[in-house]
Design a protein around this ligand. Sequence first.
Ligand code: SF4
Ligand code: SF4
Length: 340
Amino acid sequence: MASFSFSREGFSSVLEALGGRYALWGPKRLKGKGRFFGTDLVTCAPLESFDSLELGEKSSVSPKDIVFPPDETLFYFTGDRFSEPPLEDERETIVFLRPCDINGFRRLDAMFLENGGTADPYYRRRREKLHFFMIECRESFENCFCVSMGSNVTDNYAAAFRFGEDSVEVEVKDPKFTEFFAPGNPSSFAPEFVKENMKRVTVPAVEEMPPELFVSPLWDEYDSRCIACGRCNTSCVTCTCFSSLDLFYSDSRSCGERRRVWDGCHLDGFTDMAGGHSFRKKKGERMRFKTFHKIYDFRKRFGYDMCVGCGRCDDVCPEYISFSECINRVSEALKGGEVQ
Ligand code: SF4
Ligand code: SF4
């Protein structure tokens, strides 16, 4: 492990050199692509240079697209043969991300690589090429509650960065990157982590969720308030549901491709089954399902909570539904308190 200090110009040169060998991804501002007229979208996207790295605002889209694209062709089929498409970019990828998202990848790994004993090959081939460059987070953004979820801290990174007004401090953990940073001045930098968020949640510490809570009136408000847009699912770094579709080409029913496409527990049609069956028709039931998955069911299987408290679901909900508030309501209800 070694630390270095750079001027911003010096760091630009390092990034240029890294970009010659690796694909670079990180938070980036897309002008005019925001949800309201004239606003920008901050998302995780390929970076051309240091200038394109957005450091002042939280990305409203998580970095999970890198390993789990919204729409992915798994294989093409022709008669009794099939072939898998190559990756769009075969290079190893460096992604700049914050501690909560690195912890989000821990959850993605659990679901795609460790769940049920079979690793997902389509996830794995992308994940194996990924290196985390951690952006130090000493202050919280609006709606973050990572400290309550215990995901404000991580040591799972190849290098960590503090971006100052005039300088960039780097701690390099993975020796394969040391040569790129060696031209910098030696430094004693070690990253710090946010210790307090403005938002706090109390995660229910129960082994078994009481059945009464599944039918509690606390879910009823979401029936009318939620519009089933699914933005909370698509923005979430730990939501991994998808649908598989076979597309048949119009000139032959034996040729086509299989795709997997993001889906979400808030969306209409998510629970549709053969025979016309459908479950969780009410929006409140979907909110209950998501909430229990994020702070209860996942923990029963893997030993830690699924939600990392990034707060993106609260940032993007057009109906101002607060997931952090929902967690607190569940805890309140479990204590026997009044649910507001
Ligand atoms: S549920 Fe919300 S706060 Fe939790 S990880 Fe997903 S988007 Fe972030
Ligand atoms: S973003 Fe809000 S309105 Fe849309 S599905 Fe999620 S909770 Fe419902």
